[in-house]
Design a binder for this molecule. Structure first.
Ligand code: F6R
Length: 612
């Protein structure tokens, strides 16, 4: 997730582009850059760090011109360095562009372009697009070259392109990543969302996937990728800036819950492909995994939500990759005196990549000779730098303190890792592998469908809003779901005490509290232990507890047993924790909302825990 902007008009572009970027900084902030076309040439300025570093550089050395583009980055391919910061240029510097998204086939395109004599300066997927347009522009006018280049791309993109020879124009296109147009008086803008353009105009033209735009100060010429003219009326945006930044949602948490289908898609894209059905990792990670000692054991480390993701990973890796796995709270691991050696692989899971306990855990593991793989959301973070290999989640920046999309992307990444190792270690049959991989490819749509339960979940939350204690129960893959559901509720609704348990543990203590009306959230989706979960449900009902049940679509038995039923699409049990996370997040959200809690910044909590 990055933010991109463009401006073409009569005014100086640089301050307008910077102002628009400042509105998009929530989308990424590890580096930023602008490019301005003044007709004589395109000047580029890029800096590592937050936008203010770039703004300071531009204050000292301003760029002049009335056509410009800008970018604020959340690194996905290549570390956050100046070379990898956008905008990126072709060999001549006459074509300069910014990009948000992931070009899946960049490696093969890059090879093709290097063979054709192009020189690359960055490690990004984006730079290939600039060179690809340059290649086509040798034989075609720029508009057509841009269109031909787009046809070669696989993956997701929102792009803004400057051509030195077209000073009053910006070319844009989108496929799978957001891009819209702002139509002002004698000026036009591009933005990743409406916040970017709202200072200048409220007249917005939304773009659909595979549409191409030629933007001038007079307005926008929109066409399909094949060149057919598109006519669409602009809409007027009435939001204030704060709510626009949240995409119209009242809280970042709700926005991030809704971003999950896309975040999970971005995490899968470029790794697992449908046709042919194939799973590839970046070279460094693939080499790391292929050279693992066949007798290695995994020690998964994480804190809070990341630890819960690790618990799901334990089920996945043991069942399908046939690997011995233990999961540890990073804060305990470092003081436990664990037995580690070169046959141990430590898998650190972290959104921020800066959590003090997890970082200390991997340092200790490395000092004892263990290998370290990280699942991390922030490129260039301490853990990403210190690990031997990294599988990045592509969730984009998570702003709400309570983790939602980072969690589902962590579990998605664990599913990808499991498939990779299951194949390498021949842990499952090719038919079973195919079935799991196909389910994973379907996951974004499955999550979209799951989100349709939102209004129903809100109604249930309204019924329970005054309750002050909650149990969450699940088994096997959804035991961690129970822990995560309870954590979400107590985290953002601190008036409520919530506990998650493995459902089989009920009889060993927690059941003593069950009495009339005591609420229990069950995760009872399809699984080999489904009947056992229902037995636990009966035990709660026998004591007059109140059961909310998350079950698979079409489950009549759960309907008969539940006081309130939330259904989710059927999936393989392997993926069910990702699907089940959504109703649990929404339930916590609406409980907190009904109780007037500070949802995005709950008391006593911080987004990144960099102290012990
Ligand atoms: C819960 C939450 C925390 C984090 C934990 C680890 O919603 O956000 O429990 O999961 O502090 O943080 P990272 O993943 O950044 O290491």
């Amino acid at each position: 997730m990055c933010g991109i902007v463009g401006y073409v008009g009569k005014s100086e572009a640089m301050p307008i582009v910077l102002e628009a970027l400042s509105r998009l900084e929530y989308r990424g902030y590890d580096s930023a850059g602008v490019a301005i076309n003044n007709g004589r040439g395109i000047q580029v300025s890029r800096r590592v760090g937050k936008l203010k570093v770039l703004a300071e550089a531009l204050r000292r050395k301003p760029l002049k011109g009335a056509t410009g583009i800008g970018h604020t980055r959340w690194a996905t391919h290549g570390e956050p360095t100046e070379f990898n910061a956008h905008p990126h240029s072709d060999c001549s510097g006459k074509l300069v562009l910014v990009h948000n998204g992931i070009i899946e086939n960049y490696a093969e395109l890059k090879e093709r372009l290097i063979n054709a004599g192009h020189r690359f300066r960055s490690k990004t997927d984006t730079e290939v697009v600039a060179h690809l347009v340059e290649e086509y522009a040798k034989r075609h006018p720029i508009e057509q070259a841009f269109r031909l280049a787009l046809k070669d791309l696989r993956g997701s993109y929102a792009l803004c392109l400057l051509s030195q020879d077209a000073p009053g124009k910006i070319f844009g296109a989108r496929n799978g990543s957001p891009l819209l147009i702002g139509l002002g008086k004698g000026e036009s803008l591009f933005g990743s969302d409406a916040t970017a353009i709202m200072e200048r105009t409220r007249k917005v033209l939304y773009l659909n996937d595979l549409e191409v735009v030629e933007l001038t100060q007079q307005g926008a010429k929109v066409t399909t990728l094949s060149g057919k003219a598109v006519t669409r009326k602009p809409t007027t945006v009435n939001w204030n800036i704060a709510s626009a930044r949240k995409g119209g949602y009242p809280h970042y948490m709700l926005k991030e819950i809704h971003e999950q289908p896309d975040a999970v898609r971005q995490t899968i894209v470029g790794r697992l492909t449908a046709d042919p059905l194939r799973l590839v990792f970046d070279k460094r990670t693939a080499r790391f995994l292929k050279t693992l000692d066949p007798r290695t054991r995994f020690v998964i480390l994480g804190c809070g939500t990341a630890y819960h993701a690790g618990l799901v990973g334990e089920y996945m890796l043991e069942e399908f990759a046939k690997l011995p796995v233990v999961v540890d709270l990073a804060s305990e691991f470092r003081y436990r005196g664990p037995m580690l050696d070169k046959h141990t692989t430590v898998l650190a899971i972290t959104q921020s990549g800066e959590t003090a306990d997890t970082l200390a855990g991997i340092r200790m593991a490395k000092a004892q000779g263990a290998k370290v793989l990280a699942i991390c959301n922030v490129m260039g973070s301490s853990i990403a730098r210190e690990a031997d290999a990294v599988l990045y989640t592509h969730a984009g920046p998570e702003i709400a303190v309570a983790s939602t999309k980072a969690y589902t992307c962590q579990v998605t990444t664990l599913a990808l890792l499991t498939l990779f190792l299951a194949k390498a270690r021949r842990g499952i049959s090719p038919a079973q592998w195919r079935k799991l991989a196909e389910g994973l490819l379907q996951l974004p749509e499955t999550l979209e469908k799951t989100l349709q339960q939102e209004a129903h979940i809100k109604t249930i939350a309204a019924k329970y809003m005054r309750v002050r204690d909650f149990y969450y129960l699940g088994r096997r893959y959804n035991y961690p779901s129970a822990l995560e559901g309870a954590l979400k509720l107590k985290e953002i609704c601190p008036l409520i005490h919530a506990e998650g348990y493995a459902a089989g543990e009920m009889k060993h203590g927690p059941i003593s509290l069950i009495r009339r009306g005591w609420p229990v959230m069950f995760v009872a989706t399809d699984s080999p232990v489904y009947e056992k979960v229902l037995s636990n449900l009966e035990e709660v009902r026998a004591r007059k507890g109140s059961c909310i049940v998350v079950a698979s679509e079409g489950d009549q038995q759960a309907r008969r047993h539940a006081d309130h039923l939330i259904t989710v699409p059927k999936t393989d049990e392997f993926l069910s924790p990702i699907v089940a996370a959504i109703p649990l997040q929404l339930f916590a959200y609406y409980m907190a909302d009904a109780n007037g809690c500070d949802i995005d910044q709950p008391p006593n909590l911080a987004k990144s825990v960099t102290v012990e």
